[in-house]
Design a protein around this ligand. Structure first.
Ligand code: IVH
Length: 697
């Protein structure tokens, strides 16, 4: 091969390698294997070695070339590299739109929305189609020449791709723009800007490697990217495998809008973000932000918000720049995933196996888009590892949908009033002794039944027969207990939508509905409280009877009124109530005279629970079944047993569990059993579901 032939072959090889780079990095397509591509590069390398004067700076062999630098050279940007103003809420975005609308009231703005990558801004300059220089942002006016390092990034073409006229037409460019572009790709300067990043996968692999080699680990992908851009030795930069996406074309080709800049950048051989989207109005832009805040996980790199730009670039000069930030764009940031707050207390949860788990009670703060007031601390070791004291200022993290976590204490902010944390000596639920599990960090309540009993009583509280709160079934209650959100019944009433959202089975709507139900059920018939409290020997019947005796007023009254009424009732008075007797009376009396029960009642009062004397019913109907006693047997079809019972009580009737001469009616459903036989034997009136239905109509 003579020199002329070598030159031709070298040109062809460069084009071919560049074409496959474009297919792979920009179009996500691979037409030949990595090995085949390596073989082409190798042939090119050998030819260039033979004819060194044929090596050009834009050859694919020149990605990792040159000696380590002593220092970077400063370069002045032709146009300043601006930064963006931040918005944190819909309101901030509406205020921004308000401002630009005041400047241009006649314009209907539409927007181009992009993911705001967490990397480093770069300016790339191409001369006659070849990569000439790449620079960092620096102070916006003067940056540093990092060309050598940027050349190691495969996503950056060393030669611009020459688009076809038809391709440019397809993306809506005018003849004039097309002419300018084609001329300038061949002959002239073109500047583009974009973000150099490290993907999460590369970051993970690098750290794995550094760990093996005993080298210090990289703190996060952004730092990793910054570190490699600032490497004086391009060999090291190459190893870091940076990625690059263009977000602006600075050269004026007379384009109409920002979206076209992205399409053009792609045709010139660059990667642009696939997620970016044209939005007709601000609502759509906000929806874009909300969508990507929720779907961060599916994106292979870190981004901390979205950039919203006025799409029509012709409006930009009028909107102008204030300070260092343009008025035509905003960075709409995602909710911070780390905040500082105060640790107000530590409470101890009882787990399924009786293990005590500390839960941090925090000054409520918004983090990762929700308000957090609790965080699990796992065990005493965690508390010791963090050197945590009650009263400390702490850093709280909630990344994605992960449970909030205290990650650090700020001891510099201590006042001296902080308290050290101690494991309780007795179980906060059942007051049994607490012991350390041998050989483990855990502490355990010695009463094996404790957790289950607590869970049962909390599930009973929300159940249909008691407070009847839809959406708080046993499974959800167990989650709430495990997350440390609920310890006693009063805690149900301080739950918020934000508390429920991170839990399994909850979405915005269901969380809102559940919170609304809890609120609605704060005003409730008194009998339901007596059932919910789970006082020994007090079933639904006794609860109804007690409610009649203890309704303080005809209308609405509070728990404090009720406590007072119980304080004024003697044991004898309770025991002599009809259908109560000595054992049940004593149980009720004891319950209302135990300090921790009164504390619970007072806590419930603080949440605004109010009671009404009667089961809600409609006027005269209420007394329709007055004085009648019913027994239910078998399966009803149209309504559940609980519903039938509730209806009977509502209409003034009573329910008994066994048939006697005093029974007025036995309601017999399908597969009725011995109670039906007993009714027949005693001559008690037996009715079916249909007849009962007529009775209560
Ligand atoms: S557009 C006037 N688009 O965010 C600047 N910037 O605070 C217009 N950034 O330093 C920038 N991803 O490096 C734009 N998709 C994106 C971006 C993006 C990240 C960075 C950029 C700039 C900073 C602005």
């Amino acid at each position: 091969m003579n020199k002329q032939q070598a030159k031709e072959r070298i040109e062809k090889l460069k084009e071919e390698v560049n074409h496959h780079r474009y297919l792979y990095h920009v179009m996500d397509r691979q037409e030949i294997s990595d090995a085949a591509l390596d073989s082409l590069k190798n042939e090119l390398f050998k030819l260039e070695q033979e004819y060194p004067d044929l090596i050009t700076p834009d050859s694919p062999t020149q990605r990792v070339a040159g000696e380590a630098l002593a220092k970077f050279i400063k370069v002045e940007h032709d146009q300043p590299m601006l930064s963006l103003n931040d918005a944190f809420s819909r309101q901030d975005m509406e205020d921004w739109e308000g401002r630009i609308k005041r400047i241009m009231p006649e314009v209907e703005f539409n927007y181009y929305c992009e993911l705001k990558m967490d990397g480093l801004a770069m300016s790339l300059i191409y001369q006659d189609g070849s990569f000439l220089r790449g620079a960092t942002r620096g102070d916006g006016r003067v940056g540093e020449d990092v060309t050598q390092n940027l050349k190691t990034i495969e996503a950056i073409p060393l030669r611009l791709r020459e688009p076809e006229s038809a391709e440019l037409k397809n993306i809506g460019l005018s003849e004039q723009s097309i002419g300018k572009i084609l001329a300038q790709v061949r002959n002239g300067l073109i500047e583009l800007r974009g973000e150099a990043i490290i993907t999460l996968e590369t970051f993970r692999r690098l750290n794995e490697k550094y760990q093996k080699e005993g080298k210090p680990l990289l703190a996060n992908p952004r730092n990793a990217a910054a570190g490699s851009i600032r490497q004086l030795d391009p060999q090291v930069a190459a190893e870091r495998k940076l990625d690059f996406h263009v977000y602006a074309i600075m050269t004026d080709f007379g384009l109409d809008n920002h979206e076209q800049e992205h399409k053009l950048a792609e045709l010139l051989g660059f990667k642009v973000l696939k997620q970016n989207k044209f939005c007709n109005n601000l609502d759509e832009a906000i929806a874009f932000h909300d969508y990507w805040e929720k779907h961060k996980k599916g994106v292979p790199f870190e981004f901390d918000g979205v950039v919203v730009l006025v799409n029509d670039t012709k409006l930009w000069p009028t909107l102008g720049v204030v300070g260092k930030a343009p008025r035509y764009a905003m960075a709409f940031k995602f909710a911070a995933e780390q905040v500082t707050t105060k640790l107000n207390d530590i409470i101890w949860q009882i787990g399924r196996t009786g293990i005590l788990t500390p839960t941090a009670v925090l000054e409520p703060v918004r983090v990762g888009g929700v308000t957090v007031s609790r965080a699990t601390l796992h065990n005493m070791d965690e508390i010791e590892r963090l050197h945590l004291r009650i009263g400390d200022t702490v850093i709280l993290e909630r990344a994605g949908d992960v449970i909030p976590k205290i990650i650090q204490v700020l001891p510099g902010l201590r006042t001296g009033q902080e308290r050290t944390v101690e494991v309780p000596k007795v179980c906060p639920v059942c007051e049994s002794a607490v012991v350390r599990v041998e050989g483990e960090v855990a502490f355990r309540c010695t009463n094996r039944q404790c957790y289950a009993a607590n869970l049962r009583s909390l599930s009973h509280w929300t159940s249909k027969v008691a407070m009847d709160i839809p959406g708080l079934g046993p499974k959800i209650v167990e989650q709430l207990v495990r997350e440390g959100l609920v310890r006693d019944p009063a805690d149900f009433y301080s739950l918020t939508v934000d508390d429920l959202l991170p839990l399994e089975r909850f979405a915005q709507k269901s969380a809102e509905n559940t919170i609304a139900s809890i609120k609605e059920k704060k005003k409730i018939p008194l009998s339901r409280l007596f059932v919910a409290l789970g006082i020994r020997h007090v079933g639904e019947e006794t609860a109804v009877l007690l409610a009649k005796q203890f309704a303080v007023f005809d209308g609405q009254f509070s728990i404090i009124d009720l406590i007072e009424k119980f304080n004024n009732t003697t044991l004898e008075e309770l025991q002599s109530l009809p259908d109560v007797g000595p054992i049940v009376g004593k149980s009720i009396y004891d319950w209302f005279h135990a300090g921790h029960n009164i504390d619970l009642l007072k806590k419930l009062d603080k949440h605004g629970l109010k009671f009404i004397a009667q089961q809600p019913g409609i006027g005269s109907e209420k007394q329709k079944l007055e004085g009648k006693t019913f027994v239910l047997t078998g399966t009803l079809e149209g309504l559940t047993r609980d519903e039938a019972k509730a209806k009977i009580r509502e209409l003034g009737g009573k329910i008994s569990s066994s048939v006697s001469k005093k029974t007025d009616y036995v309601i017999a459903g399908a597969e009725a059993g011995s109670k039906l036989d007993e009714a027949q034997r005693l001559g008690v009136k037996i009715i079916n579901e249909e007849e009962f239905g007529k009775m209560i109509e």
